[in-house]
Design a binder for this molecule. Structure first.
Ligand SMILES: *Cc1c(COP(=O)(O)O)cnc(C)c1O
Length: 371
């Protein structure tokens, strides 16, 4: 059996995004013990870098050793107990998964639904708070990767605060791509992913908990039902001064990779990264318009890092994706759920958000569509 050598691809789908050579090099450095003082020092730096990216001072800011979905589950299992009431906003795939997390805990999910392709409607959320007393948390997706829509996280957090509820925010696709202000907006718990705008390989989920969220965790009546994701145990490993206790073996090399991608982000500057994502989105939009393609989402709610492109009448949606990959080595994404077959999803996340990559993608689409 020969070794596996992946083909060369340009990753312009909904994640993973292209990983920079410097991050790949970091991943290939020698593995050391996860309790080695040198590794522990790297973890402290990594936490600082994550606080920079999240714009927070939260001490409990760590990468969960598993993908974004595990970060999602971490937030829900640590903050909720059976019987709690949670307002869950659904305007795409990932809001639906949040509701499923709530239900599996034995908590009550109060759904606020909006059409796919639209942001969360603040008036509906306000009405849900008014109609239900004692809501413990409001959960929503900041950047819906399934539709390419941004919801107003700042306003939603302010609304939750008015009703004294915690906020649980999916920032998997927003972190590093669009403004995200954890402390300023008062987000209580959020999770992200390594493979979207941070452009590290998949498999890690940065999370951050506010002081209020930590107090909620400490005041639990029942133990967190997931042993692996119980932050009160994980914290002893990530936070214990000096002697750190063993919880699980940290994915040592994967963390080197995340560390390097965050060093790159800090070198570029977070605001510069946001501006780059926006500029390349405009470049893509103009290029697509030049060949008669339109974006699904209204301009003011569009995510620069995830562009949903309307498949023109009579065009074979899956066939185009297949040819993009087979003939041009470019991966673009399919539509999900109610948008399946109707849109392509072109991701301009992290390292994939570069002008030359945008141009390559538009040129390939031009050729494949014969325009
Ligand atoms: C990708 C994604 C997830 C899930 O992350 P995984 O790493 O695939 O588990 C969750 N929420 C959103 C908005 C995403 O884009």
């Amino acid at each position: 059996m020969p070794s596996f050598n992946p083909p060369s691809r340009l990753l312009m789908g909904p994640g993973p995004s292209d990983v920079a050579p410097r991050v790949l090099q970091a991943l290939a450095r020698p593995t050391i013990g996860h309790l080695d003082p040198a590794f522990v020092a790297m973890m402290d730096d990594l936490k600082g870098l994550l606080r920079y990216a999240f714009r927070t001072e939260n001490p409990l800011t760590v990468p969960v050793s598993a993908p974004g979905s595990a970060g999602m589950e971490t937030c829900f299992v640590n903050l909720l107990e059976p019987g709690d009431k949670v307002i869950v906003c659904i305007n795409g795939v990932f809001g639906g998964r949040m509701a499923e997390n709530v239900r599996r805990i034995g908590a009550e999910a109060i759904l606020v639904e909006d059409p796919w392709g639209k942001p969360v409607d603040l008036d509906k959320v306000r009405a849900a708070f008014a109609a239900n007393s004692g809501v413990k948390a409001l959960a929503f997706v900041h950047a819906e990767t399934s539709t390419g829509v941004e919801s107003d996280a700042q306003a939603l957090c302010a609304l939750a605060r008015e009703f004294d509820a915690l906020t649980i925010v999916d920032a998997v696709t927003s972190l590093g791509g669009i403004p995200l202000e954890v402390d300023q907006w008062g987000i209580d718990a959020l999770y992200s992913g390594s493979q979207k705008c941070l452009s590290a390989p998949p498999g890690l989920s940065p999370i951050s908990f506010s002081a209020r969220a930590v107090d909620t965790l400490k005041a639990r009546k029942s133990p967190v039902q997931s042993w692996f994701l119980d932050l009160s145990l994980v914290m002893n490993y990530w936070e214990g001064e000096g002697a750190r206790s063993y919880h699980h073996t940290a994915p040592v090399n994967a963390l080197y990779g995340l560390h390097e991608s965050l060093v790159a982000l800090q070198e570029e500057g977070l605001e510069q990264a946001w501006a780059r994502h926006q500029a390349n989105h405009v470049r893509l939009r103009d290029g697509l318009q030049g060949i008669g393609l339109e974006l699904l989402v209204e301009e003011r709610y569009r995510l620069p890092q995830l562009n949903t492109v309307v498949v023109p009448e009579g065009v074979d949606e899956a066939g185009v994706r297949k040819r993009m990959l087979g003939e041009h080595q470019i991966e673009i994404g399919a539509g999900l759920g109610s948008l399946a077959g109707k849109v392509w999803r072109i991701g301009l996340m992290g390292e994939s958000s570069r002008p030359e990559k945008v141009d390559r993608c538009v040129m390939a689409l031009t050729a494949v569509l014969g325009r």
